[in-house]
Write a protein that binds this ligand. Structure first.
Ligand code: AMP
Length: 197
C-alpha cells in the first residue's frame, strides 16, 4: 500500500429507515477501517449508516473526522463526539474539504447524497484532481445498476476504457482495505485522456 494511504473518506446514507443489512455493513466498515489503522473522514452525521459507521470506528479506537455545513449541523438531531469536527459554509466547501483531508474514497449504499459524492470523486479523478483509490461496497448487490450504467458509459464511449480503472467494487466491507491497497496508480496525466476522442 502506498504509505500515503492513511485517511479514507466514507460516503454513506443518512437514512434511519433502510433495511438493517445496510446499517450492519456500515458498522462493519467502521470497525474494519479502524482496525486497519485508517483515519476516517465522513459527513459528520449521527443518523443512519453514517452514525453506525462512525460509532463503530470510534469504539474500535479509530480516528473519525466529521465535515458538516453549518445548516446541516443545525438540522441534526443526534450528536456523536467525534475526534475532530469541521464546520463549513456550504455543501461545495464540505465536499472539497472531505476530499482534501482524504487519501482514498469508499462509498456504501446510500441515497442521492451518497451518489453525488461518489460520482463527484470519480469525476475529479477522471480530471486528475483527486488521485486516490475509490472503492464501492456493493452490499446486497445495491450498486449492480451503477456498475451497469458506468459500464455502458464506457462501452458507448462517454468515458474511456481506462476510466474503468478509477474505481473497484467489493461485496463486503472487510474487503475494502485490500481493494484500496490494490488500486492501480493514478496521476494527473489522466487529464490527457479525460475526453474520449
Ligand atoms: P444520502 O445518501 O442521500 O443519505 O446522503 C448522505 C451523504 O450526504 C453523506 O455521505 C453526507 O456527506 C451527506 N449528508 C446527507 N444528509 C446528511 C446529514 N443529515 N448529516 C450529515 N451529512 C449528510
Amino acid at each position: 500500500m502506498p504509505n500515503s494511504l492513511r485517511t479514507v473518506c466514507v460516503y454513506c446514507a443518512s437514512s434511519e429507515r433502510t433495511p438493517a443489512i445496510y446499517h450492519e455493513a456500515a458498522a462493519r466498515l467502521g470497525r474494519h477501517l479502524a482496525g486497519e489503522g485508517f483515519g476516517i473522514v465522513y459527513g459528520g452525521g449521527a443518523s443512519g449508516s453514517m452514525g453506525r459507521m462512525a460509532c463503530a470506528a470510534l469504539e474500535a479506537g479509530g480516528k473519525v473526522t466529521g465535515v458538516l455545513p453549518r445548516f446541516i449541523d443545525e438540522l441534526e438531531l443526534g450528536y456523536i463526539s467525534l475526534t475532530e469536527r469541521h464546520l463549513v459554509d456550504n455543501m461545495h466547501q464540505r465536499k472539497l474539504l472531505m476530499l482534501e483531508l482524504s487519501d482514498a474514497v469508499v462509498a456504501l449504499p446510500g441515497g442521492c447524497g451518497t451518489f453525488e459524492e461518489l460520482l463527484e470523486a470519480i469525476t475529479w479523478k477522471r480530471l486528475g484532481l483527486f488521485l486516490g483509490p475509490i472503492a464501492i461496497v456493493n452490499v446486497n448487490g445495491f450498486y449492480d445498476p451503477l456498475a451497469d450504467l458506468l459500464g455502458r458509459a464506457i462501452h458507448e464511449h462517454f468515458m474511456d476504457e481506462k476510466h474503468g480503472a478509477m474505481w473497484s467494487m467489493v461485496a463486503e466491507p472487510e474487503e475494502v482495505a485490500d481493494a484500496l491497497r490494490a488500486a492501480p496508480p493514478w496521476s494527473a496525466a489522466a487529464r490527457a485522456f479525460a475526453v474520449p476522442r
